[in-house]
Design a protein around this ligand. Structure first.
Ligand SMILES: CC/C=C\C/C=C\C/C=C\C/C=C/C(=O)SCCNC(=O)CCNC(=O)[C@H](O)C(C)(C)COP(=O)(O)OP(=O)(O)OC[C@H]1O[C@@H](n2cnc3c(N)ncnc32)[C@H](O)[C@@H]1OP(=O)(O)O
Ligand SMILES: Cc1cc2nc3c(=O)[nH]c(=O)nc-3n(C[C@H](O)[C@H](O)[C@H](O)COP(=O)(O)OP(=O)(O)OC[C@H]3O[C@@H](n4cnc5c(N)ncnc54)[C@H](O)[C@@H]3O)c2cc1C
Length: 625
């Protein structure tokens, strides 16, 4: 009788399964894992705050690097329900979603549209004679494409469609749609549903497609917490049209936590392997050195560790900010919605692009063995690059942040600013002066000045171009590279200052030795990004060549100081071997034995001579083909 652990983590490695077997195996594992999670849910309430803890359990414990067919049910279907369904609808469906007696997905993206959601083509046309909506996919490009779990798993999904009533289009709204029979799991009439095929990664997520041929759903299947359709087809608009976007903000907040989890896995593997792997002699005649002794290796890995800690603290700040503003939204106070959207956009973009960058570095820092699937670094790399796209392409999201920053800058003199942009007032105040200094505070100030000056420059450029006769849209597009850069600079300033401030608070309750190491991580992160963004700092601050020389020495000194604690820092993530699933990162450091153990599981090692020798090779080598 297999234990739960053996059921979850044993069996043929996924890499040797077919696409179909991989899905079936991940569904088997998901059922085991989510049965356990369901027990947790039964003990806790399910409001958003508690829900995120549950969600981090889902994501952090995702037992396959390939994701889970239930991921979307927890990540989007339920949060969207909690934020957009009215009380009657929550009463009708939420408990069934919570106990997984229905499995949902979130169908927004179409073959033809992902970013531009106002351009979505799926229609939901209200028929007052039957008090139903008619869901229809008018074109191939209107087919929903990507929804996780939709291929073969979900029997319900939330569909985002253009709402038509009394001949008028009211824009995109959310609808809950049953897609498969609850008993037979057969697609319901008028529904064409399937799986989109093999992807670069996340191949257990079961991403699907769905098309509707005049499918009728009751009026009460429109999620009506905000906007409504009355029985006669009268449209009652939402207090704020942007509230329909709310779920995407929540998921972007989750993704920042997620990017930390993925990066923590990658740096645990790369750091432990770099402590085990010995290669080359630093001095003639000496034994081969741990590759973690090479400063170039420290440059790749220790900065990733600092980045992981930095983003973890920023994820917590974002979550706290989300809760504060979400409470205000529930009370009808929309004042900070734009700020929350901008913050979620830039932190999702920066956390995922950093996670993708540093994970790729971890992969190459492990040499050839880092290219083995059994190291899990390739899968984590595929995961992190996907996160730069899903829930909003990073470029598009940074442009959203830039849009908010320009709007803020236009109003800079009209009153107080909201917390995340207050610094813009400080560093642009009359009489404010700043001379570069090589300190954490000096670096933070420098990044804030760069951000302010980029935003100001973008607005001046926009204004000049429009004054010269260019349209607002063309002017925006022309300077969009600089707009993205302004969004990134704003975010980097926030990340460094949050890391410094929140870590300083945390250090007060630490032992002196731990506080020293944490302080070194903050310094390493700040100095690393200073050296990475020297162009901006030279353009907008008084930093000098001499300062840069000292910064480089400071950086190298920090690498030297942190090196002895590298393994301890990643052990602190406490990721069990079963979740790490890595031949290179296992706690016992038996890298070579594990590599060989995994290799022998290859089906190609089942017999000494593969059948292709007799069928192909031998006749070929004997000139008979
Ligand atoms: C399964 C894997 C396992 C684990 C991984 C974990 C998580 C993975 C999660 C799920 C898988 C993926 C799911 C998805 O990808 S779901 C689909 C996500 N799609 C998107 O994010 C689409 C991105 N596009 C947009 O959000 C909008 O099209 C965009 C904002 C780019 C433009 O919209 P629109 O044209 O309406 O905006 P603008 O004209 O630029 O501005 C209008 C106005 O609205 C404000 N706004 C826009 N978005 C929001 C928002 N989300 N919240 C609040 N406000 C918003 C914007 O600021 C403007 O305001 P103003 O300046 O005041 O006019
Ligand atoms: C693994 C994965 C899971 C997903 N899961 C889901 C899901 O469950 N449900 C769901 O609904 N969707 C899902 N998606 C879809 C995802 O939301 C979209 O892929 C994403 O929103 C990007 O849209 P797109 O793919 O159409 O890219 P596009 O928008 O076509 O972007 C392509 C390029 O065009 C650029 N671009 C587009 N618009 C602009 C602009 N205005 N300004 C400047 N540049 C622009 C982008 O920067 C990008 O470089 C998933 C995607 C992936 C990869």
């Amino acid at each position: 009788m297999l234990t739960k652990r053996e059921e979850l983590f044993g069996g043929t490695p996924d890499e040797y399964l077919s696409h179909k077997e991989k899905y079936e195996n991940s569904t088997r594992k998901a059922v085991i894992l989510f049965s356990l999670l369901r027990k947790i849910q039964e003990e806790n309430n399910t409001d958003l705050t508690n829900y995120r803890n549950l969600l981090s359990g889902v994501l952090g414990a995702s037992i396959s690097q390939d994701g889970s067919p239930f991921g979307l049910h927890y990540i989007m279907f339920m949060p969207v329900f909690m934020s957009q369904a009215d009380e009657e609808q929550q009463e009708r469906w939420l408990h069934r979603a919570l106990n997984c007696s229905i499995i949902g997905s979130y169908a927004q993206t179409e073959l033809g549209h992902g970013t531009f959601i106002r351009g979505l083509e799926t229609t939901a046309t209200y028929d007052p004679s039957t008090q139903e909506f008619v869901l229809h996919s008018p074109t191939l490009t209107s087919y929903k494409w990507w929804p996780g779990g939709l291929g073969n798993t979900a029997n319900y999904c939330i569909v985002i469609a253009q709402l038509y009533s009394k001949g008028e289009c009211h824009g995109i709204h959310s609808f809950i749609v049953q897609v498969r029979d609850e008993d037979t799991h057969m697609p319901l009439p008028g529904i064409k549903v399937g799986e989109i095929g093999v992807k670069m990664g996340l191949n257990a997520v079961n991403n699907g497609f769905i098309g509707f041929e005049n499918v009728r759903i009751p009026r009460t299947n429109m999620l009506m917490k905000h906007a409504k359709i009355l029985e006669d087809g009268t449209y009652v608009k939402s207090k704020n049209s942007k509230l329909i976007y709310g779920a995407m903000v929540f998921v972007r907040v989750v993704i920042v936590f997620d990017s930390v989890n993925y990066l923590a896995k990658a740096i645990t593997v790369a750091t432990r392997y770099s402590a085990v792997r010995r290669q080359s002699q630093l001095k003639e005649g000496e034994p081969e050195r741990q590759i973690l002794d090479y400063v170039t290796q420290q440059d790749k890995i220790l900065t990733a560790i600092a980045g992981c800690f930095a983003m973890k603290m920023n994820a917590r700040m974002l979550w706290d900010t989300f809760n504060v503003i979400n409470d205000q939204l529930h009370k009808g106070n929309m004042e900070r919605l734009g700020e929350l959207h901008a913050l979620a956009c830039c932190l999702k973009a920066i956390s995922t692009s950093d996670s993708s960058l540093f994970t790729a570095r971890c992969r190459v820092s492990c040499g050839g063995h880092g290219y083995m699937v059994s190291s899990t670094l390739p899968a984590t790399s595929a995961l992190t690059t996907a996160s730069c796209t899903y829930e909003g392409d990073n470029t598009v999201l940074l442009l959203q942040t830039a849009r908010f920053l320009l709007k803020t800058w236009r109003q800079i003199d009209t009153g107080p600013l909201t917390p995340t942009v207050e610094y813009l007032k400080t560093v642009s105040a009359p009489g404010f002066s700043y001379k570069w200094e090589n300190s954490i505070e000096g670096i933070i100030r420098g990044f804030q000045i760069v951000s302010m000056k980029k935003i100001s420059s973008c607005l001046n450029l926009m204004t000049a171009k429009v004054m010269s006769g260019m349209s607002q849209a063309d002017a925006w597009n022309t300077i969009s590279i600089q707009l993205v850069s302004a969004g990134e600079s704003h975010c980097r300033a926030i990340v460094i200052s949050t890391f410094h401030e929140d870590m300083s608070k945390a250090m007060r309750s630490m032992s002196a030795s731990l506080a020293e190491v944490m302080g070194q991580l903050v310094e390493l992160y700040a100095v690393y990004w200073t050296l990475e963004r020297l162009g901006d700092l030279l353009e907008y601050t008084s930093i000098s060549g001499a300062d840069v020389v000292k910064l480089r020495s400071w950086y190298e000194e920090l690498l030297r100081k942190i090196r002895p604690n590298a393994v301890g820092l990643v052990d602190a993530f406490d990721i069990i071997d079963e979740l790490l699933q890595s031949t290179l990162g296992a706690y016992d450091g038996r890298v070579y034995e594990r590599l060989m153990e995994e290799a022998l599981k290859s089906p190609l090692n089942a017999e000494p001579v593969n059948q292709s020798f007799h069928k192909y090779l031998k006749p070929f080598m004997q000139g008979k083909l």
